[in-house]
Design a protein around this ligand. Structure first.
Ligand SMILES: [Zn+2]
Length: 351
């Protein structure tokens, strides 16, 4: 290329990038641009897993869908803001309504769309602890705001709180202004499961026998896995994820030993042909689950050894070689970092 033409070419290319960048920046600053970006973030994708079972990917937990002549059976429903995109994608494969919906556990990235789906006719099921925890999420959030309001009313009245007794009286009079906590909690219609089960429940729907089984104290204390016996597809919820170290939510009843039991339960349900829809990540196989089990066994042995050798939590976290094989595969790159995973294991194993 002659020098002058090359120079013009470079100038053209760089001015193209400069203007493209400015447009993008302007776009992201305008309200419309921001809405477009948020909209794109909430767009979901749908892929066929096997037969009439589909997976809806994108932000939040993976949704499982079984379509057929009865209607739509759905597992989890992501966030409120992804709901309209979920329905849009669903409409590309069926015109039937969502009749039955199972929540695999209480977390908001799996149950946030409950109210939306219930308003379009879905009957929602969950393990009983999962329902309690969805309810608690709303109550706790409301309680924080409620307490602040009570405090500010008492403050405004200029009361001197000299004793517990005086504070109780002040609270009672403040309650008269804003109502009781029960009245204050505002739970969207349909956000809570309508039917709960303690252990297992089966559905006979769309020519499938669908077995839902509770996995105690795994990711949380309200986990359920959903197995389509005819299609041989298993949705594990977050009791198995294929994109990194698992989140063991100890504050909500999850445990390392229960998580391990859950993984072993997957082995008892699945065979080499089973398609596994994980709570997060791509479709997996029994081999992927076996790999996670071997990782759990290895780390359990190593960390226990270090605990016996009187190593502190920080010292074990600093032993990067322990998790090198998994970190190299990208296990620590997503929601749960290597450090937080090791800390969770250390805490439980040192009990
Ligand atoms: Zn979760």
């Amino acid at each position: 290329m002659p020098q002058r033409i090359a120079l013009v070419f470079v100038l053209l290319i760089s001015s193209f990038y400069a203007s493209a960048q400015t447009d993008a920046e302007l776009d992201s600053k305008s309200k419309e641009g921001q809405e477009m970006q948020a909209g794109a973030k909430n767009n979901v994708g749908i892929i066929r897993v096997k037969d009439s079972i589909y997976m809806i990917k994108g932000r939040g937990g993976n949704i499982g869908v079984c379509v057929g002549e009865n209607g739509v059976f759905m597992i989890d429903d992501k966030f409120p803001e992804t709901s309209s995109s979920v329905i849009q994608k669903l409409n590309t494969i069926t015109s039937k309504p969502i009749e039955l919906l199972v929540n695999t556990h209480h977390h908001g990235d799996h149950t946030g769309g409950n109210a939306y789906m219930a308003s379009s006719g879905a009957l929602i099921f969950s393990q009983e602890n999962a329902r309690k925890r969805i309810l608690a999420t709303y109550t706790n959030a409301a309680k924080k705001i409620y307490d602040q309001k009570i405090d500010s009313i008492i403050e405004r009245q200029g009361s001197k709180i000299s004793s517990e007794e005086v504070r109780k009286n002040e609270m009672r009079s403040a309650e008269k202004v804003i109502g009781t906590l029960e009245e204050f909690v505002d739970i969207p219609n349909g956000a809570l499961p309508v039917v709960t089960f303690p252990k297992n429940i089966s559905f006979y729907y769309n020519n499938e026998k669908i077995e839902v089984t509770h996995t105690p104290r795994a990711h949380t204390d309200g986990d359920a896995m959903v197995y389509f016996t005819k299609s041989n597809v298993l949705h594990t919820g977050d009791a198995y994820i294929s994109n990194g170290y698992p989140f063991i939510d100890a504050k909500n009843g999850g445990s390392f030993s229960g998580y391990m039991d859950g993984l072993n339960k997957i082995l008892s349900i699945a065979d080499k042909d089973t398609k596994i829809i994980p709570g997060h990540g791509e479709i997996a196989s029994i081999e992927d689950v076996k790999y996670l089990i071997s990782m759990f066994r290895f780390l359990k042995g190593q960390i226990k050894y270090q605990i016996v050798a009187k190593k502190t939590e920080d010292e074990v976290v600093a032993m990067r070689e322990l998790t090198k094989e998994y970190d190299d595969k990208g296990f620590g790159d997503n929601f749960i970092t290597t450090e937080s995973f090791i800390r969770t294991l250390y805490k439980e194993l040192s009990k």
